[in-house]
Design a protein around this ligand. Structure first.
Ligand code: UDX
Length: 457
């Protein structure tokens, strides 16, 4: 089948490359010619495991094409996926649909009577956006004067985690499609058929089927429910993390062990073991944005969603926890040298969007601490994003810890757990470590002589 992808960001590129690997011809559009040139060479502008080899192979096969010409991309498309950005408006808190609307109108202008594509919104959008997309396409059609065209609108949210996006695409827990048009739903089902088929044989370029993976349920719903499923899924995951963080904070005060508590809770099949790791709070491009989007939509509908609002507040407060722990030992942080291990919002990415490190660093600076940081991949990105922050960038972990008064492990990069902690101990002035992700061995750290603080243990 012929597929067009509008917007080759993270979601668009993963979706386009994966659909090409499934045998479709995929044409990806982006307004950024430099990015298009890079992708035409099979190079991916961000790090995502497995993605670049797939892009390279499919570009060579000519099943994956890139262009800044929208007409080239959509002229013969059976499916047009809109995967452009939907940033949050900093002032109103509303989701900015400008790029989605522009894409929809431009598509509408180029539709022709010989094709009746399904136009699918994959960007995470406020509930009810499918109606706006429909209207904007109609507006484009009207402007083109071509009133004999046919199209259908659908919603198909993505559930791709950074760092696991290829695995999440090929082995999803479910595929959700929403439309008022039953034919559009049937056609989308056909597009996703290889993933729904239990005999699907994964190509060698992707990781093998995870253990225990079985039939993928296809959820066919109305568009509002589809849009709500996306928001609610991320809100629930964020809530689960904030919940365990709260239990960790209580455990800290009462003397429990959060590792055992999480395990004991997660073994209840109604709860499940995932997203029960306590730490410095969730971050990333999705959870905060989607929660705020859902709160905004709920408020606009006249409903005050108290649980969702509390999750946002709790996550923000969680980022102050390591500072309170340092203060309980060092008292004033004025003039104290504090090291930050890890800047990205989670390991294996240089993504800094809503990363807890940012708030923690700013708070330390406000308290007049001297801040030194190290991250194996995100430092250049951090420097570029926050050029005016008065912080020192270390060459490596051991350079970071020299003469420190306190160390906070913010991102659980694997290499941090394998440091020579005895050497770290010798190099630090005050031997206090806040393990913000509970990845270090508390007993081992205390045996070396550290004052060790975990989050809930
Ligand atoms: C998320 C969703 O998982 C994905 O389905 C969605 O479509 C995009 O947003 P992502 O932002 O890549 O994916 O990160 P994820 O792996 O879900 O982690 C989000 C945050 O939660 C990270 O900051 C992580 O450190 C934190 N987290 C996760 C915890 O603090 N504890 C946990 O137990 C799990």
């Amino acid at each position: 089948m012929n597929v067009a992808i509008i917007g080759t960001g993270y979601v668009g590129l993963v979706t386009g490359a994966s659909l090409a690997l499934l045998g479709n011809t995929v044409k990806c559009h982006d307004i950024d010619q430099e990015k298009v040139n890079l992708l035409l060479k099979g190079r991916v502008p961000f790090f995502e495991p497995y993605l670049e080899p797939i892009v390279q192979e499919q570009v060579t096969n000519k099943r994956l094409l890139f262009s800044s010409n929208l007409s080239t991309c959509i002229s013969d498309a059976d499916f047009i996926f809109i995967t452009v950005g939907t940033p949050t408006d900093q002032v109103s808190g509303a989701v900015n649909l400008e790029y989605v609307c522009k894409a929809a109108t431009s598509i509408g202008k180029l539709l022709t009577p010989d094709k009746s594509p399904v136009i699918i919104n994959k960007s995470t959008v406020p509930v009810g956006s499918h109606k706006i997309v429909q209207k904007m396409i109609e507006e484009g059609v009207y402007q083109s004067g071509n009133d004999s065209v046919h199209f259908a609108v659908a919603s198909n949210p993505e559930f791709l985690r950074e760092g696991s996006a290829i695995i999440d695409f090929f082995y999803p827990d479910r595929i959700v499609i929403g439309s008022e048009n039953t034919e559009a739903l049937a056609r989308l089902e056909l597009l996703y058929r290889p993933l729904l088929d239990q005999s699907f044989n994964p190509p060698p370029t992707i990781p093998p089927r995870p253990e225990g993976f079985s039939q993928v349920p296809l959820i066919k719903v109305d568009p509002i429910s589809s849009e709500l499923i996306k928001y609610a899924s991320n809100a629930f995951l964020a809530m689960k993390i904030s919940f365990i963080n709260e239990i960790a904070n209580i455990s800290d005060r009462l003397g429990g062990n959060i590792h055992d508590i999480s395990r004991g809770i997660g073994l209840d099949r109604r709860i499940g073991p995932h997203f029960l790791k306590s730490g410095l709070g969730w971050g990333g491009s999705c959870f905060g944005k989607d929660l705020k989007g859902l709160v905004f939509d709920a408020n606009a509908s006249g409903y005050n969603p108290r649980v969702l609002t509390a999750v946002l507040e709790s996550n923000s407060l969680q980022r102050t926890v390591p500072i309170l722990k340092l203060q309980s030992y060092l008292k004033s942080l004025r003039g104290k040298s504090i090291g930050i291990l890890g800047l990205s919002f989670k390991p294996d990415t240089d993504d800094l969007r809503d990363a807890p490190s940012i708030e923690i660093i700013k708070k330390l600076i406000d308290l007049h601490a001297i801040v030194k940081v190290y991250d194996p991949v995100a430092m250049n990105h951090f420097r570029a994003n926050f050029p005016s922050l008065p912080i020192k960038y270390a060459n490596d972990e051991y350079d970071l810890v020299n003469s420190l008064d306190g160390l906070i492990l913010v991102t659980e990069w694997d290499q941090f757990t394998h440091l020579d902690w005895k050497t770290v101990y010798d190099k630090m002035k005050h031997k206090v470590v806040v393990d913000g992700r509970n990845v270090l061995d508390k007993k081992g750290m205390e045996a070396i002589g550290f004052v060790y603080y975990g989050i809930g243990s």
